[in-house]
Design a protein around this ligand. Structure first.
Ligand code: ZN
Length: 98
């Protein structure tokens, strides 16, 4: 997942150094948050494949809470759709299009 430095905005930070290549900002905490977001998203996708809709939605929501990615919103949308949760379907469809 792409990381942008919150201090200077530099994109595509490498995983080699914990510091921003441009300004030296410490990105270690941000990388941990992104790792958590990716982990929850992967769990959500795995649970979508096995039909565990409730856990898929929960993990997608946790991924979204850590990082607002379109893929997390799409996973939540699919899980909400499978469970027929109309309010959640509309919410996640809107977020997936942002
Ligand atoms: Zn920077």
């Amino acid at each position: 997942m792409e990381i942008s430095c919150p201090a200077c905005g530099k994109n595509n930070q490498t995983q080699v150094s914990p510091a921003c290549a441009r300004c030296g900002c410490d990105l270690a905490s941000l990388r941990l948050i992104m790792t958590g977001a990716v982990w929850h998203l992967k769990e959500s996708v795995r649970q979508l494949r096995t039909g565990d809709w409730g856990m898929a939605l929960q993990n997608a929501e946790q991924s979204w809470a850590l990082h607002h990615s379109p893929r997390a919103a799409q996973a939540a949308f699919l899980a909400a759709t499978a469970m027929g949760q109309t309010g959640n379907i509309l919410l996640w469809r809107h977020r997936a299009r942002e």
